[in-house]
Write a protein that binds this ligand. Structure first.
Ligand code: ATP
Length: 569
């Protein structure tokens, strides 16, 4: 019989009483500081009070609703607002949020969280903004607008919204939507999204004791699928949005359209920093601006309010990280639905394709209902991983994660989240002398492992952190240490640098709770100046040359970095 007392910074102190041979475990929570842990351990307290030794299989994830006893204490009133895009679902839910005494909005994008916090603050409802990368606290706020990963399942609220709830079926992020769905402790919970998610949500909520009501919505303005393709970019007109799926293509099409001399294009895509994306969207929405055409990726598919008259699909295929595949019915409907916005200059929307051969798929997809969602994502909480690691101290985080992925037992409503990216990070950092929680944070950080600069940034951060804790960026990224692939364009490189900065902020906030803002700002400035020096040197651009040749291009891409460049050149 072994007895462990372990202490984890940022989380809980727990006594764990383990009978190792047959993994019979009795857990006694002593002191809890962490929301997620509290629910989890309370559930064990109840569980273990009936018996002093209980056979427990850590990989049994069949009852995830029991992980959130706070939420289970409430009989929640759940309102499912479902319908096509532009049907006013979120608008109705937001009205309830505004009128509530306390509340939380959980969205899939930083930009949506930004928009909601702006809307609430404007309506004199003080609202904090909390995303992975930023935390803007407003005095006296009882409301929060957050990205779904930051959903607070430890507090109680009067009202909550989970936007784009159909994303609970997303392979990588779905588990965060499931966590919010099961874990938010509220009187009123509003779920907005696609009708395809209704049966699954109703099934999942059968065991929670909540009261569920479904409200179906119709589009507020018509959407007309055109019978004629665009054919050529000569036929582009004001209010058009051309959709394509790679950053390279976005800039290529922008150049081609602008080359015609009639239009200027705004661009919107996922990896644009949110402030830049908002500015690009505003330029396009503003009737007085010269930017009258939008070239965008599927990033426009969710929630962004854009005054689009006609959506033109340049292709109906996208690369999904592994292979080229056709867009799904839901994706086509979601993106097409962005045309025509209630109350805007273009209330009636149209949609077509660049090539005639894509029209049949477009038309049939728009007529079909989205396939019913069958399973929701699930991922073990850190506490489960920790408990499991106590039984297998010889395992690194890679092995622990891999074990859960392989052996997790799930009910029919759930699938285990795809953690390929997590495993890539785990493999990179597993040998470093870091605690399990620190390794876990590195694994769940928003690093883009397909981006060379970002993955090098993460690896250098982890190596240095394991030796000295949080250090200044300047000390971590010493000049000449980042190898930049020759194929990267200047613009891609700047975006990668921005990603590294955001990663730094994300990790710093989580690894060191009291990370001082001023130091952070100074570090960001230092690293920008440093990296940009490297960047200029490598490109062989002198200062005046860069200023004249690329400034306007960079201005529309990354104002933060540009600002730093101005300060540091
Ligand atoms: N009753 C209303 N009065 C005024 N404006 C409204 C009303 N309902 C919706 N709108 C506006 O119409 C637009 C679309 O509404 P909303 O974003 O709520 O749609 P949605 O169905 O949630 O779409 P999506 O699925 O794309 O998020 C928004 O600009 C919203 O402010």
């Amino acid at each position: 019989m072994a007895f462990f007392l372990f202490r984890r910074r940022l989380s809980a102190t727990v006594a764990c009483h383990v009978l190792p041979e047959n993994t019979t475990v009795c857990l006694i929570p002593l002191e809890l500081k962490f929301g997620i842990s509290k629910g989890f351990f309370n559930c064990f307290r109840q569980f273990s009070s009936s018996s002093s030794t209980i056979k427990f299989d850590f990989t049994d994830l069949t009852c995830p609703h029991t992980w959130y006893p706070n939420a289970r204490k409430e009989k929640r009133n759940i309102f499912l607002h479902v319908g096509p895009t532009n049907s006013g679902k979120t608008h109705q839910a937001l009205k309830r949020l505004e009128a509530s005494s306390s509340g939380i909005y959980c969205g899939p994008l930083r930009l949506l969280a930004w928009e909601v916090s702006k809307r609430l603050n404007k309506a004199n409802v003080p609202c904090d903004l909390i995303t992975g990368q930023e935390r803007e606290e407003v005095e006296g706020a009882k409301h929060k607008a957050v990205t779904v990963e930051m959903a607070d399942v430890a507090s109680s609220f009067d009202c909550a919204i989970i936007d784009e709830i159909q994303m609970l079926g997303c392979k990588t992020r779905g588990f965060s939507f499931t966590r919010a769905l099961l874990g938010l402790s509220v009187n009123e919970l509003h779920l907005c999204g696609d009708p395809a998610s209704v049966p699954l949500i109703e099934e999942i909520l059968k065991v929670t004791g909540d009261h569920v009501k479904v409200r179906y919505y119709e589009r507020l303005s018509p959407l007309v699928p055109l019978k004629v393709p665009l054919g050529s970019f000569c036929n582009i007109r004001t209010g058009d949005c051309i959709v394509t799926f790679s950053r390279r293509e976005i800039y290529r099409l922008k150049k081609e359209i602008q080359g015609g001399g009639k239009h200027l294009c705004s661009v919107v895509y996922g990896s644009l920093p949110p402030a830049t994306r908002t500015r690009q969207a505003s330029m396009f929405n503003d009737e007085n601006s010269e930017f009258d055409v939008l070239v965008a990726s599927d990033a426009i598919g969710m929630g962004l309010n854009l005054n689009i008259s006609r959506i033109v699909f340049s292709t109906l295929e996208k690369f999904d990280g592994v292979q080229m595949r056709e867009l799904s019915v839901s994706e086509i409907k979601q993106i097409a639905g962005r045309a025509g916005r209630y109350g805007s200059k273009f209330p009636d929307g149209e949609v077509t394709c660049l090539a005639a051969e894509d029209l049949p798929l477009l038309h049939s997809s728009l007529k079909s209902p989205s396939p019913i969602l069958e399973k929701a994502g699930l991922f073990p909480s850190f506490d489960l991983l920790l408990m499991y690691s106590r039984l297998h101290p010889e395992y690194g985080i890679y092995q622990i994660l891999a074990h859960f992925v392989e052996h997790a037992k799930l009910s029919a409503n759930y699938f285990i989240a795809d953690c390929e990216e997590l495993l890539k990070v785990a493999a990179l950092i597993d040998e470093l002398p870091l605690g399990l929680h620190e390794k876990y944070l590195f694994c769940i950080s928003p690093v883009d492992m397909n981006d060379d600069i970002s993955s090098q940034g993460l690896s250098q951060f982890a190596r240095n952190y394991s030796k000295r804790g949080i250090v200044r960026l300047r000390e971590i990224f010493t000049p000449g240490t980042l190898e930049v692939p020759k194929t990267q364009t200047a613009l891609m490189e700047l975006e990668s640098i921005h990603k590294v900065l955001e990663l730094y902020v994300w990790l710093s906030f989580r690894l060191e709770e009291s990370f001082p803002d001023r130091e952070l700002a100074a570090s960001q400035k230092a690293i920008c100046s440093l990296l940009i020096e490297e960047f200029l040197e490598r490109l062989g651009w002198g200062k005046p040359k860069l200023m004249s040749r690329s400034l306007s291009r960079l201005r529309s891409t990354n104002s933060l970095l540009l600002e730093r460049m101005r300060q540091n050149l």
